[in-house]
Design a protein. Structure first.
Length: 86
């Protein structure tokens, strides 16, 4: 089992099931904005396509890191893996 870093600022996940023709990616990254807030960017879609993007503003970096960790955990439970695990 691969351990994520204590406070990751980015996570890149993928789920590939060739028998079901499934090739998906899910990226999470934390970026500071110009006004002192913290943005959590989520990008997802089929590998090889541009995908979709959603950004959420948080008051603190701690909140964004918590949401990033919980979202990554949820995706890993659904079969997504990191590059090191593939």
């Amino acid at each position: 089992m691969l351990q994520l870093s204590l406070f990751p600022s980015a996570v890149d996940l993928a789920k590939v099931e060739d028998d079901r023709n499934m090739r998906r990616f899910y990226r999470l990254s934390i970026v500071g904005d110009l006004f002192g807030g913290t943005m959590l960017y989520r990008e997802w879609g089929r590998i090889g396509s541009p995908g979709r993007l959603a950004a959420t503003l948080y008051d603190s970096e701690g909140e964004a890191v918590t949401v990033l960790g919980l979202t990554a955990l949820s995706k890993r439970r659904r079969g997504y893996t990191t590059r090191e695990e593939r």
